[in-house]
Ligand binder design. Structure first.
Ligand code: ASP
Length: 347
């Protein structure tokens, strides 16, 4: 049997409510991982399980410190002989950000699968037990390695680059709007829709090459971005585009000490002229600016008025919250917008 390590962080999968009918009024992060495992019939026959509790929070409260600790722990487990795969239980609200952060910072060797639930553990028809069982089965599947960090929810397998939470309450809360799901779990068997080689290229390897051209000699973890020696990530704010903008939020972000800005444009990187003026000013002053989109899918191909010389970077297919993670990690290596732009162009 494969040896699977579960790292628990909290979320609704660890949530409890007063009544079995309560599906949105509950306390996330209440149960310990051992109690959750015990609620899943047959799980111990799928893999040799062991578990640890990193924290027990509602994922809206995820902190940088926890992200760094989680990533370092996963890197350690991947390098360890007694572990074949890793499952992380996590709240669904920010699962896509944690998954993408791990995708960019941990090495590719062993499956890393995040899961959670939309209903608390005390609900009738709670989805957590099946989601956890599916995550363990996916992490134990020889087919899951080399596909990047994965998310399994509601019988589906999504990749960390594209997966996003699309619904506030439905059990079918995740999708991959640009690349599509990577697979599904059918009668307990993870089935991937494409061979690895014809699937997503190993973006992490490609991007290492880009950022290493800066000539940093820092000792690297085997992941795309090294967290070696990093205690705090650069400050990157997301600003949300809207009609009648006046540039005030951009000025506020700069005053608050933004080291990078992600702007969720109204369409294909569309930015109101008042905000645009301030963004160009920020970019000129050396603060890298990435323009993404608030639409939820599709690439950002358009540059702001001023063209590619403006120093503004397009997010590609990355949504604002993922663009923020990537910009933070890029900023640990370089402030050069050209290099950062090349990294984003991979997405
Ligand atoms: N607020 C919860 C969390 O993200 C929602 C969930 O887990 O589904 O922790």
């Amino acid at each position: 049997m494969k040896k699977i390590r579960i790292i628990a962080t909290g979320g609704t999968i660890a949530g409890t409510a007063d009544s079995a009918a309560d599906t949105s009024d509950y306390q996330a992060g209440s149960l310990g991982i051992e109690e959750i495992i015990q609620s899943v019939p047959g799980i111990s026959s799928c893999a040799e399980l062991s578990a640890e509790q990193l924290c027990n929070i509602d994922s809206r409260d995820m902190t940088e410190n926890l992200l760094l600790r989680l990533s370092k722990r996963v890197i350690a487990l991947i390098g360890q002989e007694g572990t074949d795969g890793i499952v992380i239980t996590h709240g669904t609200d920010t699962m896509e950000e944690t998954a993408f952060f791990l995708h960019l910072t941990v090495p590719a060797g062993k499956p890393v699968v995040l899961t959670g639930s939309m209903r608390p553990a005390t609900a009738l028809s709670a989805d957590g037990p099946m989601n956890l069982l599916n995550a363990v089965r996916t992490a134990a599947s020889p087919d899951a390695a080399g596909r990047g960090v994965l998310i399994t929810m509601n019988d589906s397998i999504e990749g960390a680059v594209d997966a996003t939470k699309k619904n506030t309450t439905s059990l079918d809360a995740f999708c991959s709007p640009n690349r599509g799901s990577l697979g599904m779990i059918r009668d307990g068997v993870p089935v991937f829709f494409a061979e690895r080689s014809s699937g997503i290229p190993d973006d992490r390897q490609l991007m290492r090459t880009e950022t290493e051209c800066e000539g940093k000699k820092r000792k690297r973890d085997p992941g795309m971005f090294s967290l070696e020696g990093i205690k705090k990530l650069p400050t990157v704010y997301i600003l949300y585009g809207n009609t009648c903008a006046d540039g005030a939020m951009v000025r506020a972000a700069v005053r608050a000490g933004a080291e990078g800005i992600v702007y969720a444009g109204t369409g294909n990187g569309s930015v109101h002229q008042e905000d645009e003026r301030e963004l160009l000013r920020a970019a000129e002053s050396g603060i890298p600016v990435v323009v993404s989109s608030r639409t939820g899918s599709g690439p950002v191909t358009a540059h702001v008025r001023g063209g590619s010389q403006s120093g503004i970077i397009s997010s590609g297919f990355l949504n604002p919250q993922k663009a923020r993670i990537l910009l933070q990690l890029c900023l640990t290596e370089t402030k050069n917008p050209e290099i950062i732009g090349r990294v984003f162009s991979r997405y």
